[in-house]
Ligand binder design. Structure first.
Ligand code: FAD
Ligand code: NAP
Length: 309
């Protein structure tokens, strides 16, 4: 029986593990289906993590977090958790492969994953010209033109990153105004090889056997434009990963808000005793690395108190 199971090994999960084990919990496992680090490892640069004044890649920022968290006894199991349920006072975690792990408390830190836009051709060409990660795939388009879809911080930051690799970036956004922070919008507007395609949607991503060869856009006046590109990067927001909370009877293990975010109080307690949530998965999250880490610390401290009392 684990004292604490942490699901997800991004900034929230790693920090929860650090605080819980350093605070004295002995039997703590962090289930992370991939390498620890979380979604920020797909970011080309981060410049707003306090105390880290040089601009780093997300991978570099997260490089030392697992070692620090594991120094105090946190264990990482590279496994996917399929479902968390509770039977009387004991939590049960269904793990890929048919195993069930029991725990006295659980912190859910499963974060979020990139949303698909639903555009025609997106699924067909995903991985063959359609990408949601500029750091991973930008290199393949060195010296070529690409389309970026979206108007939030991710789309604009990744458009800037791609503008240094690619010959030209068409930034397609459905409105006139951007959701991204003003400082990033300014940088994009100053870029010489980013063309803004505003008030426009992508109608279709098309291609051949090899992959994407072009993107068709339509503006609010109904004008169609055919942009010949071998790649399109889709950054249209994130979906929270709450599926592990879905029970066999179709209800959720704890209360969620209308967007599927886990409802927590200021101490990261969910509506179910012993179950905590931290980071991008929780309601009203600022969706920042520093905030996820702060949530993780709070949840770790609270889990420690729950198990010890
Ligand atoms: P995540 O980082 O999403 O980590 C969740 C982890 O849980 C993942 O590693 C996932 O593999 C794992 N997981 C999910 N489900 C399961 C399961 N069932 N079983 C096992 N493991 C599971 N923030 C900033 O502060 N500054 C920035 O400049 C910035 N730039 C960004 C750029 C990009 C491209 C993106 C995508 C995000 C950016 N963010 C930035 C936001 C930041 O990355 C997130 O707010 C932060 O990573 C959230 O941390 P988290 O631990 O809550 O979740
Ligand atoms: P986001 O802020 O939700 O923005 C998504 C963008 O995609 C919006 O501009 C939206 O348009 C557009 N969009 C949504 N669905 C679409 C569709 N089907 N077709 C076309 N366009 C569509 O998502 P995000 O940029 O991934 O950011 C997620 C969170 O992480 C935010 O809170 C963000 O601030 C944070 N983040 C922060 C940083 C940073 O601090 N430097 C970096 C990256 C991300 P509308 O604007 O019209 O709705």
């Amino acid at each position: 029986m684990l004292d604490l199971a942490i699901v997800g090994g991004g900034p929230a999960g790693l920090t929860a593990g650090l605080y819980a084990t350093r605070g004295g919990l002995k039997n703590v496992v962090m289930f992370e289906k991939g390498m620890p680090g979380g979604q920020i490892t797909s970011s080309s640069e981060i410049e707003n993590y306090p105390g880290v004044s040089e601009v780093k890649s997300g991978l570099d920022l997260m490089a030392n977090w697992p070692e620090q968290a594991m120094r105090f006894g946190l264990k990482h199991e590279m496994k996917e958790v399929l479902r968390v349920s509770k039977d009387k006072e004991i939590f049960k975690l269904a793990i890929g492969g048919g195993d069930v792990v029991e725990a006295k408390s659980v912190i859910v830190c499963t974060g979020a994953t990139p949303r698909r836009s639903g555009v025609k051709g997106e699924d067909k060409f995903f991985g063959r010209g359609v990408s949601t990660c500029a750091t991973c795939d930008g290199f393949f388009y060195r010296g070529k033109e690409v389309v970026v879809l979206g108007g939030g911080d991710t789309a604009l930051e990744e458009a800037l990153y791609l503008s240094h690799i690619c010959s030209k970036v068409y930034l397609v956004h459905r409105r006139e105004e951007f959701r991204a922070s003003p400082v990033t919008v300014e940088k994009v507007k100053k870029s010489e090889n980013i063309e803004l395609v505003l008030n426009s949607v992508v109608e279709e991503i098309y291609g051949d056997n090899m992959g994407v060869t072009g993107v068709i856009t339509k503006n609010k006046d109904g004008q169609i434009r055919d942009i010949s590109v071998p790649g399109i990067f889709v950054f249209v927001g994130m979906n929270v990963n709450n599926s592990i909370l879905l029970q066999e009877d179709g209800t959720y293990l704890c209360d969620l808000d209308a967007n599927g975010n886990v409802i927590v109080d200021l101490k990261m307690h969910t509506s179910l005793k012993g179950l905590f949530a931290a980071g991008d998965i929780r309601c009203e999250a600022s969706k920042q690395v520093v905030c996820a880490a702060g949530d993780g610390a709070t949840a770790g401290i609270q889990a420690l108190e729950y198990v010890n009392h």
